[in-house]
Design a protein around this ligand. Structure first.
Ligand code: FMN
Length: 222
């Protein structure tokens, strides 16, 4: 499976088989976590075999099962763009996991923040976690807003790479499936922005990563 296929096949999965992550997959993900941390300055941690983080009322209510493995998305409180970086690098890990036959779910609310096993220096915080495992199912495609609401470029003016990137942006997971992002084209470069709101900056990072990895074009800084 290549990354374009991974973008299409990834859906949130909350119920996992009671299986540990295969050693090769774990090693690959641990290496990628290291790479992401070096590049971004984040302190992402891969935590395995911890049944406690999702052993809370909210997690059970949210139908999580055997969610014993997760990425803890940690970074310095003072970091500019902390949420966006978490989104961007988290999605890189999510797509790698998908290519390794694993399923994932971004989780900012329905887990036990106080029970999370991440090591947390005083100047850092957990932004969210991403659960990880071999799914009992493969999830299902989310409903998307009409493309005209999310992009102001006329189809006739879209280069092929932009169309592909836009399709990947529409497939990006967003908190509560809110899709508050907007995709545009300025001087031949893609620009993705977001409306204000809870978790929209995490969503923005996720959406930018999906767009960039599929289109091969970097988004303009904003
Ligand atoms: C930043 C973020 C936070 C999320 N938090 C939760 C959560 O607390 N609990 C949960 O069950 N799902 C959570 N989700 C998953 C979304 O509900 C899901 O991604 C969205 O409905 C789109 O569906 P899809 O991931 O299958 O494409 C979160 C997603 C994102 C991106």
């Amino acid at each position: 499976m290549d990354v374009k296929e991974a973008v299409k096949q990834r859906h949130s999965v909350r119920q996992y088989k009671p299986l540990p992550i295969e050693p090769d997959a774990k090693e690959r993900l641990a290496a990628l976590v290291k790479e992401c941390n070096t590049e971004s300055g984040l302190n992402i941690q891969l935590i395995c075999n911890d049944p406690e983080c999702f052993n809370t009322f909210l997690a059970h209510y949210g139908k999580f099962k055997n969610a014993d493995n997760y990425f803890a998305m940690v970074g310095k409180k003072s970091m500019k763009d902390l949420d966006e970086l978490v989104g961007y690098y988290g999605q890189k890990l999510v797509l790698e996991a998908q290519m390794l036959g694993l399923n994932t779910c971004w989780v900012a609310g329905t887990y036990g923040k106080g029970k999370c096993k991440a090591s947390l220096p005083a100047d850092e915080k957990i932004v969210c976690v991403i659960s990880l495992g071999y799914g009992e199912n493969t999830g299902s495609e989310h409903k998307s807003k009409p493309v005209e609401k999310l992009c102001d470029v006329a189809e006739a003016d879209m280069p092929d790479w932009f169309k592909e990137g836009l399709e990947a942006a529409l497939l990006a997971p967003t908190a509560l499936n809110q899709q508050k992002f907007h995709v545009s084209l300025k001087d031949g470069e893609p620009v993705i922005t977001t409306k204000k709101g809870p978790m929209t900056k995490i969503d923005l990072g996720i959406t930018k990563y999906n767009f960039e990895v599929v289109s091969g074009h970097k988004c303009k800084k904003n």
